[in-house]
Design a protein around this ligand. Structure first.
Ligand code: 13P
Length: 260
């Protein structure tokens, strides 16, 4: 079975007006149109998805939604469905980001419904897990992330997981400038991989990409992604400028070329 390419996702969070997002998208298309050996995804805010989707349409860049509601349509003021995301060009969706969990009360049950919905619609679901600093200090990291993953994937059979990716994002590393050490990232992600192998099988565990997120930048991307169980990066702050995002993508490309 072929090893999947590394996956680098830029999560723009609630940043950039539509005109700025379009400028950024043009700049990324310009810099990354030829890039091979990596999959690059950008997740702009909802208001920019359509125009950004038009700009990246003919490039290798893919578009992701940062959030969606699991119903298809109806009286859900303020929400956006997966059909709507797909309509504007998304084929990837982030699910269960720690900011959604902590600021907007998204719980494991809602996350599980969303994962089912994404997989049913053939959208790549990027399920985010991660522990808080208190949980890490209490030695609960592996237990917490395993529980989040097992609840998030509840009821999914192995044949439905071909479009799944997982992002390990320690909450204490997000937007803080404090990156997990390579050992911390690798040990958490190795644990998630083993959990996948036990819960499903080795084919699933090897095909699902496990990304690291939390203060990833050009300077640390390579050493993180060099770890056997770090298959890419979910990037926040450093994805907001071409000059800081492109080196992360290039680090992934470099590692792919070394492996092949
Ligand atoms: P930072 O890269 O800004 O730490 O954010 C990580 C993140 O939350 C990506 O989803």
């Amino acid at each position: 079975m072929t090893t999947p390419l590394p996956l680098v996702i830029g999560n723009w969070k609630m940043n950039m007006l539509a005109s700025q997002a379009c400028d950024m998208a043009r700049s990324l298309v310009d810099r990354l149109s030829e890039v091979e050996g990596v999959e690059v995804v950008i997740a702009p805010p909802f208001t920019s998805l359509y125009p950004v989707g038009q700009i990246i349409n003919c490039s290798r860049l893919r578009l992701a939604g940062q959030h969606f509601y699991f119903a298809s349509q109806g009286a859900y003021t303020g929400e956006v469905s997966l059909e709507m995301l797909r309509d504007v060009g998304c084929d990837v969706a982030l699910i269960g980001h720690s900011e959604r969990r902590s600021l907007f009360g998204e719980d494991d049950a809602a996350i599980n419904k969303k994962v089912h919905r994404a997989i049913q619609m053939g959208i790549t679901a990027v399920v985010c897990v991660g522990e808080t600093l208190e949980q890490r200090k209490a030695g609960a990291t592996l237990n917490i992330i395993e529980t989040q993953l097992s609840k998030g994937l509840a009821g999914l059979s192995s044949e439905r997981l071909s479009k799944l990716a997982i992002a390990y994002e320690p909450v204490w590393a997000i937007g803080t400038g404090v990156t997990a050490t390579v050992d911390q990232a690798e040990s958490a992600q190795d644990h998630l991989r083993k959990w996948l192998a036990n819960r499903y099988n080795s084919e699933v565990s090897e095909s699902v990409r496990i990304l690291y997120g939390g203060s990833v930048k050009g300077a640390n991307a390579s050493e993180l992604m060099r770890q056997p169980n770090v298959d890419g990066a979910l990037v926040g702050g450093a994805s907001l400028e071409t000059e800081s995002f492109v080196p992360i993508v290039e680090a992934a490309v470099e590692l792919t070329s070394q492996k092949s």
